[in-house]
Design a protein around this ligand. Structure first.
Ligand SMILES: [Zn+2]
Length: 121
C-alpha cells in the first residue's frame, strides 16, 4: 500500500504520523512485558533452627529485583520461577529504551522530509 509515490497524493502529516505510530505500536506490542531495573542473586540465612545449609555457610540463594521508585532505590524478592520472565522483561526494557532514542531523530527526519517535499500542502 505504501509506495515511493505516496507522498504525492496522500495528506502528508497524517500519513507519515500514522505510519510512524503504527510502526511504534507494532514494536511496542512485541516488547511486552518491559521493565527497568536489575536482577541479582543474594544469599541469605534462613530462620530455621539447625539448617544444614546455613550451618555450612552456604545459606540460601534468592533473586532480587532492584529498581528506582521516584528516585529511591528499592528492591523486591523474585520467586525463582519468575526469574526467566523478568530477565526477558529487562531485555525488552532495554530494547524499548533503544526504540525511544531512535524515535526522536526519526520524527525530525520525517518532519523535514514532509516540509521539503516538492508537493507539500
Ligand atoms: Zn538455612
Amino acid at each position: 500500500m505504501y509506495g515511493m509515490n505516496d507522498t504525492y497524493y496522500m495528506p502528508h502529516s497524517n500519513s507519515i504520523d500514522s505510519r510512524l505510530r503504527q510502526n511504534f505500536l507494532r514494536q511496542l506490542q512485541k516488547l511486552w512485558p518491559a521493565i527497568k531495573g536489575s536482577l541479582s542473586e543474594v544469599r541469605k540465612p534462613c530462620i530455621r533452627p539447625n539448617c544444614a545449609a546455613c550451618a555450612r555457610g552456604d545459606k540460601h540463594p534468592s533473586c532480587i529485583l532492584s529498581f528506582t521508585d521516584q528516585g529511591r532505590r528499592r528492591c523486591m524478592y523474585v520467586p525463582a520461577e519468575l526469574v526467566p520472565q523478568l530477565q526477558q522483561a529487562l531485555h525488552n526494557g532495554r530494547a524499548l529504551d533503544a526504540l525511544l532514542y531512535q524515535l526522536g531523530p526519526e520524527l525530525l527526519r520525517q518532519y523535514r522530509q514532509q516540509r521539503d517535499a516538492p508537493n507539500s500542502d
